[in-house]
Design a protein around this ligand. Structure first.
Ligand SMILES: *Cc1c(COP(=O)(O)O)cnc(C)c1O
Length: 338
């Protein structure tokens, strides 16, 4: 086995030969002057695709989310988000460190939504004791879970009534789009702003996009420069993202089918309990807790997975074929037979 089957994350996807050729041939310019045609093309494409006024290319999803927070909220204002949300838990508290913005996290429901009644209770009254609640952040997908469209529409109505802004961390929003078989506009219409990662399942080496109103994106562009994110011939990277959007979207369906097959076959092993299986993710618990031995065994067989005894995560993506999945299933069964 010289090939590694990488199931730790869809961020391990490698640019394909065709993508690299497309990058190699990209027209570029100085994007800080607004003159990189490939960056401009990606931003136009994403604004059109999501039916928003404007889009901004960013170096990571973390940067896109941070720019959204800084552009929506002032010092002393507050956002409500999920306790385990990427924005709150996995981005170094950036908006608090750099923007003086307070988080108000609440627990996610099992389906990846935030209960709007619980959100309502956390909105602070207009009183100088409190931070001013300004923004609600949702995540789609969350641990692979797709938020129902009806919920997003309720969240839109709710935030409008309460005079809050609504941001989506849509790192894997295209997995949700493909799963529901809808147009991304059906999701983006519910949000004031949305960040989208192109460097996960879609397979670009680097890059995310933030979309929203012109005024919002102008602010975000200023913050991006401030944070050292004003890049020059970044069109090579933007070209990879455009290629990914145009060519790789449909393959997410195969990734979801692979995850489903993996979950189904692993569920037949007595010692394994499937915790969840949504879109391209499978979370499992190993009942006899031989987790470290299992992880090592798989590693020696060329399979990487991540997690702890409480929960292991297996993520499918474009560099994991259906044959690879069969091999992973076979290897798991071998381990538990012994
Ligand atoms: C990956 C991810 C991000 C952004 O991550 P970067 O590594 O900074 O691109 C944001 N939100 C969620 C839910 C993610 O999974």
């Amino acid at each position: 086995m010289n090939k590694i089957i990488e199931l730790r994350s869809d961020t391990f996807t490698m640019p394909s030969v065709q993508m690299k050729e497309y990058m190699f041939n990209a027209q570029v310019g100085d994007d800080v002057y607004g003159e990189d045609p490939s960056v401009n093309a990606l931003e136009d494409k994403m604004a059109k695709l999501t039916n928003k006024e404007a889009a901004l290319f960013t170096i990571s999803g973390t940067q896109a989310n941070l720019l959204a927070m800084l552009s929506h909220c002032q010092r002393g204002e507050e956002y409500i988000c999920g306790q385990d949300s990427h924005i709150f838990k996995y981005e170094g508290g950036g908006s608090s460190v750099l923007g003086g913005i307070s988080p108000q996290p609440i627990e996610f429901e099992k389906d990846g939504t935030l209960d709007l009644n619980k959100v309502h209770k956390k909105i602070k009254p207009d009183d100088f004791h409190f931070a001013m609640t300004k923004l609600l952040c949702l995540e789609n997908t969350h641990d692979g879970k797709v938020l129902p469209l009806s919920y997003l529409q309720e969240a839109r109505k709710f935030t409008q009534e309460k005079n809050l802004l609504l941001h989506l961390d849509g790192a894997r929003v295209f997995n949700a789009v493909v799963d529901l078989g809808i147009d991304i506009k059906d999701i983006s219409v519910c949000f004031d702003s949305m960040s989208i990662c192109i460097s996960k399942g879609l397979g670009a080496p680097v890059g995310s996009v933030l979309v929203g109103s012109k005024e919002f994106i102008n602010k975000a562009r200023r913050y991006r420069k401030m944070l050292g994110g004003g890049l020059r011939q970044s069109g090579y990277l933007a070209a990879a993202c455009s290629y990914a959007i145009d060519n790789n979207m449909k393959d997410l369906e195969r990734d979801h089918a692979n995850a489903k097959k993996l979950a189904l076959e692993l569920s037949k092993i007595d010692e394994i309990r499937i915790l969840s299986n949504d879109t391209n993710m499978v979370f499992i618990e190993v009942l006899d807790k031989k987790v470290d031995i299992l992880i090592n065994y798989l590693k020696n067989k060329g399979i990487n997975i991540s997690g702890t005894y409480e929960e292991l995560r297996l993520v499918t993506h474009r560099d994991v074929s259906s044959e690879d999945i069969d091999y992973v299933i076979k290897t798991f069964k071998e381990f538990f037979k012994k």
